[in-house]
Design a protein around this ligand. Structure first.
Ligand code: PLP
Length: 222
């Protein structure tokens, strides 16, 4: 992707975020754009870096470990977020590599991450992922289990900054975003990681503080 295209796509997404922030009477730049670069190689990522983007997301530890150390060597200020499911045996690697982890969703992972953070002396921001549509195949903590999981995460000293969700496909995401926002408010959490290429504007109007946008920035994943 030429740098001009990357700049254009980035500007278009920022415009839409800004419009949604105005619509919802939120302050400008209240939303962080995470560019989800999964399945795109360094050659596709560099133009977006050149266009000014610094916050990126990946869904697999292995893939991120293969791509990002080299990209980081040549650019300062990169923040890397893990947005995909995390196996407990990869907690050490995830803590070493990422600045934020959006997929904390079960007690065993809380334990593994707490141990990894103590060992590494590094504490990436954590989002607790909620299975907001109660879908069997999806990751995320069941809504009824959220209070207990949050209490466990806080007791283990995980820096929990917010909640994250991936709503069901092909239905209006707004009610799910609204529910996640309510759950975050109920639990005194400021962070809301919600909204992807198809619905990030809706998510911003409902209070998203982090949107995770892949396709709208990089084009289709092949
Ligand atoms: C792939 C992915 C995204 C980005 O999806 P797009 O539709 O390409 O914007 C966001 N969040 C998660 C958890 C993902 O896995």
């Amino acid at each position: 992707m030429p740098i001009d295209d990357a700049s254009e796509r980035l500007a278009a997404v920022h415009d839409k975020i800004a419009r949604a922030e105005r619509l919802a009477d939120r302050s400008e730049a209240a939303t962080t754009l995470i560019a989800i670069s999964k399945m795109h190689d360094a050659g596709a990522i560099r133009p977006l870096i050149a266009a000014g983007q610094r916050v990126f997301g990946e869904n697999r530890v292995q893939e991120a470990a293969a791509k990002w150390p080299e990209l980081r060597e040549t650019t300062s200020g990169i923040a890397l977020h893990l947005v995909g499911q995390l196996q407990s045996n990869k907690a050490d690697e995830a803590v070493a590599l990422f600045d934020a982890i959006h997929s904390v969703d079960r007690p065993s992972l809380v334990t593994a991450l707490a141990r990894a953070m103590d060992k590494a002396g590094k504490r990436p921001d954590c989002f607790v992922q909620v299975n907001i549509g109660d879908e069997a195949q999806k990751g995320g903590c069941p809504v009824p289990d959220l209070p207990v999981l949050l209490a466990e995460a806080r007791a283990a000293d995980l820096p929990v900054v917010g909640l994250m969700c991936v709503p069901p496909l092909d239905v209006d995401a707004a009610p799910y975003f609204a529910l996640l926002a309510k759950l975050a408010r109920d639990h005194g959490l400021a962070g809301l990681s919600m909204g992807m290429s198809g619905d990030y504007e809706t998510a911003v109007t409902l209070g998203a503080t982090q949107v995770r946008v892949g396709t709208a920035l990089f084009g289709d994943r092949v």
